[in-house]
Write a protein that binds this ligand. Structure first.
Ligand code: EPZ
Length: 438
């Protein structure tokens, strides 16, 4: 199993390019199940989660290939399978997003229940509510949610839950509704840019979706959808991670292939922490301050602060000059990174859904363990400013959502290196120099 060693103290400078969005690509890949004909999706990153969904789609009769430009070509060759197996779904919860398109196109969907994960319990009651409102029946049988419906009909659906809207629940409901009879109105829909991008994809297939990106989405059912070509939006969470890395290390980094509009809440927090941020059409320049100011952070559905940057922001606030309160409103238990940051000398106290972060002058490198995708990113970020070497284990979590992040950080001047268990960790991983690129 791979580990990553980070030597703290380097100031990040230069330019980095963000990849296509994992969380936009996954439901869009699932939506290819709806098409008569091949779909070509550009900008799909080379990630473990993408691989897992391709394996799920393969069990559902979908062939894939990458063309010379790296675009992903998906083609349905067999419409009879309806089961997304436990072995694959348990690796990636987001596989649940095949539920809606399977139901719409094949009349039955049998998807292993995703179950909980390190960030908390993750029920799918709203997904079921959405498709049931369209006329489907759903039941849990032998660990699988089974949805059936011969004839989906448009309906008015309120999809808000205890923690606000649901991203993949909205995606599943609108994918089921786009081939239903009549008009569906989804209220309290998730407004995330990834939902908007999914609707854009379906509309180029011949769908009729209005209002995506707002809390009220209107879907007019159509008889069929054709294959299409689409480029996924840039990954705003990856962009935020690099922006925080620049701010944290007193760096000067330009992040390319970014939609600053998608990052309003993050830019606001970083500016209040003292970073200088210049937003361009498709890029952002971040200049980190000598001293970070404390800022209170509360995660919320889009356009609020994304829960997927909470851990990374906490790493930044660990060395701010004062007290910050970080409150998690989406996954109240999403604090697995706290104990690992404390191992690095962070002064953190958990109080219910909040953590009180008392900034320290310095973190110290330590052996730490990643528990989930974004927690692993926060440990890497903390390692960038810690004294000495931080060794992060279980980095397979990181590979689920970041493509070769250590190489891109090293290109910005970080002292960071990946090594596998059999190797002796480099005592002082070196930043990139002319020779090392040979
Ligand atoms: C998406 O997950 C993202 N994943 C998550 O990113 C992200 O954390 C989350 O949205 C919130 O922004 C993908 O897009 C692949 P939700 P999703 O349904 O759709 C509760 C990452 O790091 N809820 O919006 O599964 C739920 O428990 C991942 O890239 C119900 O109660 O999240 C949570 O508290 C991690 N019932 C809240 O709603 C339901 O039926 C939001 O969850 C569904 C959700």
């Amino acid at each position: 199993m791979d580990r990553i060693a980070v030597e703290g103290g380097s100031r990040l400078t230069g330019t980095v390019r963000v990849n296509g969005s994992k969380n936009a690509a996954l439901p869009i890949m699932a939506a290819a199940l709806l098409a008569n004909g091949p779909s070509v999706i550009e900008g799909v990153p080379l990630l473990r989660d993408v691989k897992t969904l391709l394996d799920v789609l393969a069990t559902l009769g979908v062939e894939h290939e990458r063309d010379e430009s790296g675009a992903l070509r998906l083609r349905v060759v067999d419409e009879s399978p309806v089961t997304a197996p436990y072995e694959l779904v348990c690796q990636m919860r987001a596989s649940i997003c095949v539920l809606g398109p399977l139901l719409a196109k094949r009349g039955t969907a049998r998807v292993s229940l995703p179950g909980g994960c390190a960030i908390g319990v993750r029920p799918i009651d709203l997904h079921r509510k959405g498709v049931e409102a369209l006329g489907a029946t759903t039941a849990v049988e032998h660990g699988y949610v089974v949805a059936r419906c011969d004839h989906l009909r448009g309906a008015n659906i309120f999809l808000g839950g205890a923690f606000g809207s649901t991203v993949l629940g909205t995606a599943n409901t609108l994918m089921a509704a786009c081939l239903a009879d009549g008009v569906t109105t989804i209220e309290s829909a998730a407004c995330e840019p990834e939902v908007e991008d999914l609707a854009r994809f379906i509309n180029t297939m011949g769908g009729s979706i209005e209002g995506a990106g707002s809390p009220v989405v209107r879907v007019k059912g159509v008889r069929s959808l054709r294959g299409t070509r689409h480029r996924v939006i840039p990954d705003r969470i990856e962009a935020a991670t690099f922006m925080i890395a620049a701010a944290l290390t007193q760096g000067d980094v330009t992040i390319e292939n970014v939609r600053p509009l998608h990052l309003g809440a993050v830019i606001d927090i970083l500016r209040r922490a003292g970073a200088e941020i210049t937003a361009y059409d498709n890029a952002c320049r971040v200049v980190g301050p000598r001293t970070l100011r404390p800022v209170d952070v509360t995660t919320l559905p889009y356009p609020g602060v994304p829960t997927d940057v909470q851990a990374q922001l906490m790493a930044l606030l660990c060395i701010a000059s004062g007290i910050s309160i970080v409150t998690e409103k989406i996954y109240p238990d999403r604090f697995m990174h706290v104990a690992e940051l404390q191992r690095m000398g962070a002064d953190l106290r958990k109080e219910g859904p909040s953590v009180i972060v008392n900034g320290v002058t310095e973190l110290s490198g330590a052996q730490v363990m990643a528990s989930d995708l974004r927690a692993s990113a926060s440990l890497i970020l903390a390692g960038l400013v810690a004294r000495g070497t931080t060794e992060v284990s279980r980095v397979y979590h990181l590979d689920r959502g970041y493509e070769r992040i250590e190489e891109r950080l090293r290109a910005l001047g970080a002292s960071i290196r990946r090594f596998d268990d059999g190797e002796v960790p480099p005592d002082k991983p070196q930043p990139v120099t002319a020779e090392s690129n040979v």
